[in-house]
Design a protein around this ligand. Structure first.
Ligand code: NAP
Length: 254
């Protein structure tokens, strides 16, 4: 029987990793999505969708599906599922590894203000109105009701339901990757004065930071939540190497 793997996904990296796993003989992979995106992209592995019911539910799934190793390739800000994965893998007695893109770091010419959480960032938005481009996903947009004086442009993959306090805000639905030219044009068109973003890392959405630097705009950055205590790697090749060591593909015909 092939070695069974579960990949917790919802990111570009998880999708690419699924393609790599699908191409390795002796692995039988399943990709798990939370089900937040209404139009998810096609995947290279069978997909299961929806929560497991906490760490205990995930541990039961790992056991009943005879999963040999767990890969956490969720977004760096998806803190709960990562913590659940660490606990469930421990309970099921299987190896677990997290694929996490390195965070972005400010470079010369950047004007970043870092915040430990989105709550702290919104609290820091007291003050005169500004024109803000917000690219934090649709789940947390309602938190900006705490600072309704600003003129917001929210960009997300899926439509956002805004609270009544922000009824006049602009919303843009677009899926990256974006280019420096298109990000610069977007910021100019809306006369943006500051960019609000999570420190997601990766290349697909970093052009907005370069555009902000070029235009001399402030970047209000939400830093990452604490990571669970499990092995972490930064590349797909390192995930494959981890798996080759801890849960190698079943060799057929031997
Ligand atoms: P979260 O707060 O860490 O997780 C909340 C709950 O959603 C989990 O307890 C789990 O439910 C379920 N869940 C999350 N990821 C799952 C997965 N891959 N497969 C099955 N169930 C999953 O996560 P979140 O921040 O809401 O993010 C949800 C998904 O969107 C993640 O897959 C993440 O990769 C993706 N995403 C998140 C962000 C972000 O900024 N947070 C950005 C881009 C993409 P149960 O406890 O019932 O198992």
């Amino acid at each position: 029987m092939a070695t069974r793997l579960l990949i917790l996904g919802g990111t570009t990296e998880a999708r690419v990793l699924a393609g790599r796993i699908a191409a390795i003989a002796g692995y039988d992979g399943v990709l798990s999505l939370a089900g937040r995106t209404e139009r998810p992209l096609p995947q290279h592995l069978p997909v299961r969708t929806g929560g497991f019911g906490g760490a205990a539910g995930l541990a039961s799934y790992l056991k009943s599906e005879s999963i040999a190793a767990l890969v956490v390739a969720t977004h760096p800000f998806a803190a709960r599922i990562a913590a659940n994965a660490a606990e469930a893998a421990r309970a099921a007695g299987i190896p677990v590894v997290r694929l996490s893109r390195p965070p972005w770091r400010a470079a010369k010419g950047d004007n970043w203000r870092s915040h430990p959480s989105l709550e702290a960032l919104v609290q820091g938005l007291a003050g005169p109105p500004r024109r803000l481009l917000v690219t934090i996903g649709r789940q947390d947009a309602a938190r900006f009701a705490g600072a309704p004086q600003h003129a917001y442009v929210f960009r997300s993959i899926e439509p956002i339901d805004l609270p009544p306090q922000l009824g006049h805000a602009l919303t843009i639905e677009e899926r990256g990757p974006f280019t420096l030219a298109s990000e610069t044009e977007l910021m100019r068109r809306h006369a943006i004065e500051a960019l609000v973003t999570k420190n997601s890392g990766g290349d697909a959405t970093r052009a907005k930071l370069d555009a902000a630097r070029g235009l001399g705009l402030e970047v209000l950055m939400v830093e990452r939540p604490p990571a669970p205590d499990i092995p972490e790697v930064a590349s797909i090749a390192d995930v494959i190497a981890f798996l080759a060591h801890h849960a190698p593909p079943e060799k057929r015909g031997v």
